[in-house]
Design a binder for this molecule. Sequence first.
Ligand code: ADP
Length: 280
Amino acid sequence: MIKIENLTKSYNRNPVIHNLNLEIKKGELCGFIGPNGAGKTTVIKILCCLLKPTSGNAFINNFSVLDSPIDVKRHIGYLPETSSLYEDMTVNQYLTFFSEIYEIDKETSKKRISELLNTLGLSIWADKQIASLSGGMKRKVAIIRAILHNPEVLIFDEPTVNLDPITSNSIRKFMEELSNNGKTVFFSTHNLYEAESICTRVVMLNHGKIILDGTIDELKDKFGEQVLIKFRKEGKIQSIKIEKSQIKECVHQLSEGGEVISIKQEFDFEEIFEKLVEKE
Ligand code: ADP
């Protein structure tokens, strides 16, 4: 789990993170969203012990970033916004090299590298030089490097930025799989569709403050203003979009000559995001 307590960070006395509090439980797949300059990377770097907070504290599996940075690093898999790989090495050589740094025994490392390459569709590239890989494949290699030591908490800074839709999709699926296997996944993204499609929770940051925090369903309940009703009439399935306030009346009318099949809240993440950021 991740816990952030009264966290403040200033650069040259200029505060960019303001008294932040946040707790992310084991197994959550949490998207960290917000406009450029909101402070996402700063928070992520503090969680990964790459930056010191000005005040407050943060914990990874109860280890404090201030008091136990070595334990924190052991429990996290950190994917930076950009990572430079050793391009002269083959994928296998590179990952084996990092396994040695993590002091993973040879047999476990071989098995783990092979499994991860397979899951991310890179097996046939294992003996190719990193320089010959596409940007998306290099990103996947960086992800594998970040999680070689099988950490409990995964902190990824914009894992899919600038990647093609197929690669992005496979990385999203991989993050879902990690979370389904009990890992805590916290990742920043600009892609609201991404957040909406896979996250069990979304935290939105603006000017160093959390302006929204909830599950997608909670956000839908709170902000979804339109409702999509599917119904069957004269044997045909049809749908209509109505305002939330009209729901009772509409369902009543539809039930008279037909059958209501489902009622779903409509939600425009992008619109909500813009409204909230404007309000600040
Ligand atoms: P995000 O990741 O959401 O784009 P950042 O954490 O990178 O936001 O930046 C938050 C704010 O802190 C921005 O105003 C940025 O200009 C400022 N900032 C980030 N790093 C530094 C630094 N090393 N020195 C001074 N200001 C910084």
